[in-house]
Design a binder for this molecule. Structure first.
Ligand SMILES: C[S@@+](CC[C@H](N)C(=O)[O-])C[C@H]1O[C@@H](n2cnc3c(N)ncnc32)[C@H](O)[C@@H]1O
Length: 342
């Protein structure tokens, strides 16, 4: 490059800012690559053994005709600093990939995939989607991925479950529980392990999620002990009435009239002294919570996350005269609400 070109780059193209921008852009490349490498199984493969291009393509179930494009993709990982290539073999290099690769960090991997696939898209697309009136629907989400990433909240929800059950003296022995939107089914396993006397019924609206929950329960030796239905709670009915209804991380799937219908349905399904335990992110938390709120604000539910006070009020309007709530994580707007009619 001659001096005149360098001068133009510095003065006309703001070279310094361009270099700074390059550093920021590299974070985007790293994130995109690590998320795709995680969900495709590449991180798992490379954490076990450095691998050649053709071995990687085979692992990704791609044919020889696709080798050039796979190589181009891997090269993005190398140039972004997430992979290294030595003696024809790719291996993990970047901090992000090494963080997401261990199987013990699978929940973190799912969470990161949710961030890169859905939160990033919502932030990027918001103005255009609003202009085009193109709302997200539940079909835009991979339900199993969301169920997996929601597992990061398990310690908080488990504490909330203990809170709810500890207030049911003696009744946990043979109390009946209905779990709405059970996701991966983890809380059913948790309740069953802590209180074997509980009678549990659960449902999920997404068939593949209900199937995954059944598989998880079977893997924990609990098939037969818990009934899991593929159903929409709004169309669900049961002759049984429940001591406890739980709604974890899904109140924002219901807005406006649907939320009213949900709360009416919950009340109708509860025994007279029964209680509702609801856990949810509310507005006002971290950037991740803001992005979750945005996705739902852009959805056909048009809802976004609830405000804490608004949710308390809605519960009271539906006859839950006693509503206690607790912030489950200091500094974050994640709450548990325990509501009863007396
Ligand atoms: C974010 S996931 C949370 C799953 C689980 N409760 C947890 O906390 O890990 C929300 C779940 O609610 C389910 N869901 C949404 N609307 C529903 C409805 N109308 N009836 C039953 N389940 C529903 C979704 O299919 C999804 O699996």
């Amino acid at each position: 490059m001659n001096l005149a070109t360098l001068r133009k780059l510095i003065l006309e193209k703001n070279l310094l800012a361009l270099l700074r921008l390059g550093t920021q852009a590299n974070h985007v490349y790293r994130c995109a690559f690590a998320a795709a490498a995680g969900s495709s199984g590449l991180l798992g493969l490379l954490s076990r053994q450095p691998s050649k291009l053709d071995e990687i393509a085979r692992h990704l179930q791609l044919g020889n005709g696709q080798l050039a494009a796979v190589e181009a993709w891997l090269d993005c990982g190398v140039k972004a600093g997430e992979l290294a290539l030595k003696d024809g073999r790719y291996r993990l290099k970047g901090r992000l990939s090494r963080l997401l690769a261990p199987s013990g960090n699978a929940v973190l991997g799912s969470l990161f995939e949710e961030v890169t696939r859905y939160h990033y898209d919502a932030i990027l697309q918001a103005p255009q989607r609003l202009r085009d009136a193109r709302r997200y629907t539940l079909a835009d989400q991979d339900g199993e991925l969301i169920a997996r990433s929601s597992r990061v909240l398990e310690p908080l929800v488990e504490e909330a479950i203990d809170w709810a059950i500890s207030g049911m003296p003696g009744r946990a022995q043979n109390a009946s529980v209905l779990e709405i939107g059970c996701g991966a089914g983890h809380y059913l396993c948790y309740m069953r392990a802590r209180h074997p006397g509980l009678r549990l019924l659960a449902m999920d609206f997404q068939a593949e999620v209900a199937d995954a929950a059944r598989r998880n329960l079977a893997a924990s030796g609990l098939d037969g002990a818990v009934r899991i239905e593929h159903a929409d709670i709004l169309g669900f009915d049961s002759a049984e009435r429940f001591d406890l209804v739980t709604l974890h991380n899904n109140i924002y799937y219901f807005s406006g009239e649907r939320r009213d219908a949900l709360l009416r349905k919950v009340r109708a399904l509860l025994k007279p002294a029964g209680r509702l335990l609801l856990t949810t992110s509310c507005r006002g938390g971290s950037a991740a919570v803001a992005a979750l709120h945005l996705w739902w604000a852009l959805s056909d539910e048009d809802s976004g996350l609830p405000r804490r006070e608004e949710l308390r009020q809605q519960l009271q309007n539906h006859g839950f005269t006693r509503v206690d709530d607790k912030r489950m994580l200091p500094g974050e707007s994640y709450f548990a609400f325990l509501a009863s009619t007396g």
